[in-house]
Design a protein around this ligand. Structure first.
Ligand code: ZN
Length: 257
């Protein structure tokens, strides 16, 4: 069994069909991440109706945050605080310097990220992080969260720089690989740098890769490609990534059923 550890399942046209297709492809677990007030309830509903298959990521993404007033963002955080104990992961949260350009905008993003981290720390949930044009800053924030809480931090789609991946390895942060790894020598070099015990799979559905529509079932394709890059059998890839995901979720080694 494989896990798609970062999927916007609430944004696909037919989530039920996507779940069935994923399970048939061997992707038996999907982390559905939310982006903000509207998506939180849809993600929770999907997780509640597919226990053990759809895991809930509850968070406030830095892009929607940019268009919320402070009052609206406070209300979104209150919803995150209320739902996190029932959810599995804090996410999608992070830093995005494409939408935050001025020092004030960047500082606001960071303030809200720290408040979200505090909620995750209180609920004992790991964090799933977005980083665009802010890879180093997001990695540093994730490292601090992990050090201070002992909880897992996952850098999603963090396959732009082998150098940053090595820093993530040293800090003990997880890195998830998506369909951009398929057929890309450049991404393959970064995948090679990810420590075997920190590697996770994802799709970031529905974000399309090239012209191919994305779906959680594609985590199986990502798995085959990553196994090839790492020189592992598919069984070994599966065993390692599932052990990693269990450790990420529970911040310790557990038998995962
Ligand atoms: Zn995402």
């Amino acid at each position: 069994m494989l896990t798609d550890t970062h999927c916007h399942l609430d944004q696909v046209e037919d989530p039920e069909a996507a779940i069935a297709q994923a399970c048939a492809a061997g992707v038996g677990r999907i982390v559905a991440v939310s982006e903000g007030p509207e998506t939180i309830d849809r993600v929770m509903a999907l997780a509640r109706s597919h226990p053990g298959v759809v895991l809930a990521g509850i968070g406030l993404h830095p892009v929607p945050l940019a268009s919320l007033s402070d009052e609206e963002a406070d209300r979104a955080l209150a919803a995150v605080e209320r739902l996190l104990p029932e959810a599995d992961v804090l996410g999608e949260v992070g830093l995005d310097h494409k939408v935050a350009v001025t020092p004030e905008e960047k500082a606001r993003q960071r303030t809200f990220l720290d408040r979200l981290f505090a909620l995750a720390a209180a609920a004992r949930k790991p964090a799933n992080l977005h980083s665009r044009r802010a890879e180093r800053a997001a990695l540093e924030a994730a490292t601090l969260f992990h050090r201070q809480t002992g909880l897992g931090a996952q850098m999603h789609w963090f396959t732009h720089s082998a150098k940053l991946v090595r820093i993530a390895n040293e800090a003990g942060n997880y890195v998830s690989v998506g369909p951009s790894a398929i057929g890309s020598a450049e991404v393959a070099r970064v995948v090679l740098a990810i420590a075997p015990e920190l590697l996770l799979l994802e799709t970031d559905t529905p974000v399309p890769i090239g012209r191919v529509p994305n779906s959680p079932a594609r985590a199986a394709e990502v798995a085959r490609e990553v196994a090839r890059i790492k020189g592992w059998s598919l069984d070994e890839l599966e065993r390692r990534t599932e052990e990693n995901f269990a450790r990420f979720l529970f911040a310790k080694n557990v038998a995962w059923e």
